[in-house]
Design a protein around this ligand. Structure first.
Ligand code: AMP
Ligand code: GLY
Length: 435
């Protein structure tokens, strides 16, 4: 069958590689894609928020399956657009309805959903400009640090964690009254700070059944030792060593099952990925308990670049089973090895950065997969940087230390002016293993 994948980052390159490997895939189109996805199929110059142009492309190219990478078109209702059109509704669509996508698009919706279904998460309250004074008083009842979350999508910047009470109250005012994050901060969720280790759990669901994909941990800060500004992600490791059988049993029973049951009970049409950001909090007995920090309605980036290379099953068969609500009949086989992914960024990222530098050294790497995030070819077929996050180097190996070493050694071989990467991806997990 012909398949269309929407998106243009490292996540989409990793998904495109798996789709292209499938015996079920005839032609793969990626819109808009990047220089890496061009090697897996055909890049198409379509805007992912232009639903009618996407629909036209699907109809004229006999596309039988659409897979959505990023959240924005899902929150804007692309799945519903397809479902409502008699010519498109038979197309297998991987991505939830706008209703389902509210799990990511509205923090307040997600918190209420978790509350309704007894899913462990931080205690919270939601405030608007009208209830600003109440919000400021509520902050005085909490202990520092204070967690303030813009309700809507804010390009990953809408969460503030603040040590000082007066500053937290000031920021609350800026968010609610001065529209610090625009429309996204018309409502603000204030929640209890959870202390622990974060990890990401990925679920593929057809709305009734589910498969838990490999776990991963990502590294969001720009600086080594998790310092400096937040980024789109500087690397990832899969699996997370402490997410053992006991921990994952808790995750499945306390979080994944009630989430899927909740979607069903509320008749939310959800066929796609559910990415659960978790905090593993140590309890009185010294055991780790999972709490939900956030839901996303897509795969993570750069987690996909370490999770997808470990999926051995045919991904298109899994997607087909998802679309047909037969995921219970599909099987998921996972490579037991560890994947380490190191992200190479442009100088200056995540603040302003330069594009258009010539990338060299890609022909020197060996034994790793290099996923493209922000790249393009110029008219002389030279590979150029075309984003803040440029490339992701993923190594698979039998042990975590050797996977880390392999990805770092190969990352070092790839060069352009000012390229940067973190040398400490996975080091925190290594320390935990040695404890
Ligand atoms: P979110 O966009 O909800 O994932 O939040 C961004 C980041 O803020 C998370 O990855 C966590 O590192 C942190 N965070 C969010 N909520 C909490 C919380 N309740 N306690 C501690 N850290 C949090
Ligand atoms: N790596 C975090 C995210 O994709 O949101």
């Amino acid at each position: 069958m012909n398949i269309l994948l929407l998106g243009s980052g490292g996540r989409e390159h990793a998904i495109a590689v798996k789709i292209a490997q499938s015996t079920q895939c005839d032609q793969l189109f990626i819109a808009p894609g990047n220089a890496g996805t061009a090697a897996c199929g055909t890049n198409i110059n379509l805007k992912i928020d232009d639903f009618s142009a996407i629909a036209k492309f699907v109809l004229t190219n006999d596309i039988r399956m659409v897979v959505v990478g990023p959240e924005a078109p899902l929150v804007a209702g692309i799945a519903d657009y397809f479902a409502a059109d008699s010519r498109l509704k038979e197309v297998m669509f991987i991505g939830p309805s706008a209703h389902g996508a509210r799990l990511e698009g509205s923090k307040d919706f997600a918190k209420q959903f978790m509350q309704r279904h007894n899913i462990p998460t931080a205690a919270y309250r939601t405030f608007t400009a009208e209830t600003l004074d109440e919000g400021c008083r509520f902050l005085t009842t909490l202990q520092a640090p204070y967690v303030l979350k813009a309700d809507g999508l804010a390009a990953g910047k809408g969460v503030l964690i603040i040590d000082d009470l007066a500053e937290a109250q000031h920021q609350l005012q800026l968010m609610l009254v001065e529209n610090k994050f625009g429309e996204a901060s018309r409502s603000v969720v204030i929640e209890q700070f959870l202390s622990g280790i974060e990890l990401s759990v990925f679920v593929l669901t057809d709305g009734k059944h589910y498969k838990i994909l490999p776990t991963a941990k990502d590294y969001k800060r720009i600086g080594e030792g998790d310092t400096g500004l937040n980024t789109g992600g500087m690397g990832s490791i899969s699996p997370v060593p402490f997410a053992d059988k006991d921990f994952m049993h808790k995750v499945e029973h306390r979080i994944v099952m009630p989430t899927i049951k909740g979607l069903q009970k509320e008749q939310i049409n959800y066929k796609g990925f559910n990415f659960i950001g978790l905090m593993a909090v140590t309890n009185d007995k010294g055991e780790r308990d999972p709490y939900v920090i956030e839901y996303n309605v897509r795969m993570g980036d750069p987690e996909t670049e370490s999770v997808f290379p470990r999926i051995k099953s045919d991904i298109v068969e899994l997607f087909e089973a998802t679309a047909k609500e037969k995921l219970n009949l599909a099987s998921l086989h996972v490579d037991e090895r560890t994947a380490a992914c190191v992200v190479l960024t442009a100088q200056g990222y995540p603040e302003s950065y330069k594009k258009g530098d010539v990338i060299s050294g890609l022909d020197e790497v060996s034994g790793v997969t290099v996923f493209h995030a922000g790249t393009k070819f110029d008219d002389k077929d030279r590979l150029l940087t075309n984003g803040g996050r440029v490339l992701c180097v993923t190594a698979l190996s039998d042990t975590l230390p050797s996977a880390i070493l392999k990805s770092i050694q190969n990352a070092e071989l790839i060069k352009w002016k000012g390229r940067y990467y973190r040398h400490d991806i996975g080091q925190d997990l290594l320390k935990l293993l040695c404890k």
